[in-house]
Design a protein around this ligand. Structure first.
Ligand code: BMX
Length: 279
């Protein structure tokens, strides 16, 4: 039995037919950010229409807060979602199958815990992407709802802004533009690889803040591993830049940082497995 798994991120949506950790079919849809949930779901239904009849449930990993099946934005800058959009009801109606929804980073945390780098041990997942997402799995249980939303922490910025607004891909692009290079995060990494110091400085600044976040996560959850994901988190050199900031920590305080072994598929694999457990 397969699951139609959908990972709705701030920049793009990944849809797949998933059975266990097997990806039977896959499609990427760009999130037209101002279109809204009805349009995003309609685009996914259209893009996956040929899979009809091949899945028995729908598992959704979505950026934002999922509470009793309803979807809201915590940071509209990451994706503007109307408050309490009835995501599960709308998805089950549209796809004609029972649906389950969970936050994208919480889904990825479960995927990596069960089938990836988390190795079935206490895991915190951290995605550095359009925002910063977090998921926590302790004693074999995933924390759901609001828990793990590290991107919305304000203590690290003295209350000036959510942490993700000075770390994520959006911040990096804004910094590049402000320094005369109107480019998006992926190209910033490209320029850094070419030795451009302004690009290297933006990446180093973001990584230094993420390193401090990882230290704090270690103090709060003492996970076996912090599994890093996301377009920025998995960009070449980023994880190493974060690790470099943690080397002088005493061993018992140091987070053990590893790359998501399921990569961009952690969310759909985690959402698919969680959907199967919540039937
Ligand atoms: C934001 C928040 C989180 C999400 C994180 C990463 C919104 C819309 N999203 O902190 O729920 O997990 O961004 O989102 O408030 P991504 O789109 O970068 O994966």
């Amino acid at each position: 039995a397969a699951t139609l798994a959908i990972d709705i991120g701030g920049t793009k949506t990944l849809a797949a037919l998933v059975r266990g950790t097997q990806i039977l079919a896959e499609a990427t849809i760009l999130t037209s950010r101002e279109a809204g949930p009805d349009a995003w779901l309609a685009a996914m239904a259209e893009q996956t229409s040929s899979w009809k009849g091949q899945y028995e449930q729908v598992g959704i990993a979505a950026t934002g807060l999922i509470r009793e099946g309803c979807w809201s934005a915590l940071n509209p800058a990451t994706l503007a979602i109307p408050d309490d959009y009835p995501l599960v009801a709308q998805a089950s109606k549209l796809f004609g199958k029972p649906a389950f929804a969970v936050n994208d980073a919480q889904a990825a945390a479960w995927g990596e815990y069960r089938f990836g780098a988390g190795n079935n041990e206490d895991t915190v997942f951290l995605t550095i992407s359009t925002g910063i997402g977090g998921g926590v799995v302790v004693n074999g249980r995933p924390l759901l709802g609001l828990a793990g939303h590290f991107g919305l922490l304000r203590a690290p910025t003295d209350g000036q802004s959510p942490l993700e607004d000075v770390v994520s891909g959006r911040w990096m692009a804004a910094k590049a533009t402000a320094s005369g290079h109107p480019i998006e995060a992926p190209e910033i990494f490209e320029q850094a690889r070419r030795g451009e110091t302004w690009a290297q400085a933006i990446i180093a600044r973001s990584a230094a803040r993420v390193a401090l976040l990882c230290r704090d996560i270690q103090m709060m959850f003492a996970p076996k591993r912090i599994v890093m994901g996301g377009g920025i988190g998995l960009a070449p050199g980023y994880l190493e830049a974060v690790r470099a900031q943690l080397t002088e920590l005493p061993h018992h305080l140091a987070p053990h940082l590893v790359a998501a072994s399921l990569g961009p598929r952690a969310g759909i694999i985690g959402a698919s497995d969680l959907a199967g457990r919540h039937r």
